[in-house]
Ligand binder design. Structure first.
Ligand SMILES: [Zn+2]
Ligand SMILES: [Zn+2]
Length: 205
């Protein structure tokens, strides 16, 4: 009797046992936590800049995690992944003064895509695995394009550090910062009795 897998053309040769589907990101998240402390009182410190060494370590450890996928996963042979690794390495060499990634909150709010709506041969651009092969798929769509789908676990660490879509390089973090800024300005404007003056002083001053 044909199994569900063969009938549906799904190859479940237990990839997860032979090679990791996902990068091991424990060291990356360790380093990242050095940069963005969870304690709000530290985050609120106005001129607290991250230590360049910590920033560098976060970029390096993500590059290493991606290299591990590249090595151990035969599907992960894309130029895209290679470019992402190179970008991470060069950021590690010259760490930015601050990490311009998105917030966890932004990632939590990304559109989740139902696996049933995804084509069978569609694969995550980062790890190269077909989404349908994942026994527990968690797929997100980036707002830049309806076809820009990723495993949440693959795109999350990248977005936290870079804030850009790897496919079209749209700066989602910048967009989000602009959106919040605009929102704040509108709130300010609406609460001010002298709207017009405020606008000149506030926006262009
Ligand atoms: Zn993936
Ligand atoms: Zn995109």
């Amino acid at each position: 009797m044909a199994s569900y897998e063969t009938e549906h053309g799904i190859d479940r040769t237990e990839q997860s046992e032979t090679r990791p589907r996902r990068p091991d990101l424990s060291s990356f998240f360790n380093h990242l936590s050095q940069i963005t402390p969870d304690r709000p009182e530290e985050r609120a410190r106005e001129y607290a800049l991250p230590v360049p060494g910590d920033v560098s370590a976060a970029f390096t450890s993500l590059a290493e995690a991606f290299q591990a996928i590249q090595r151990e996963n035969e599907h992960a042979d894309s130029d895209l992944l290679q470019n992402m690794i190179e970008a991470l390495m060069s950021s590690a060499e010259q760490p930015p003064r601050e990490v311009k990634g998105v917030e966890e909150e932004y990632i939590a709010e990304l559109e989740r895509v139902k696996i049933k709506t995804i084509k069978k041969d569609a694969e995550c651009p980062i790890c190269g695995n077909a989404f349908v092969d994942d026994p527990h798929p968690l797929v997100v769509r980036l707002p830049c394009h309806s076809s820009h789908l990723f495993d949440l676990e693959c795109i999350r660490p990248w977005l936290l550090l870079n804030g850009t879509c790897p496919l079209d390089r749209k700066d989602l973090a910048q967009r989000e910062r602009d959106r919040k800024k605009k929102l704040l300005e509108e709130i300010k404007k609406n609460s001010s009795p002298e709207d017009e003056e405020e606008e000149w002083d506030g926006l262009y001053g």
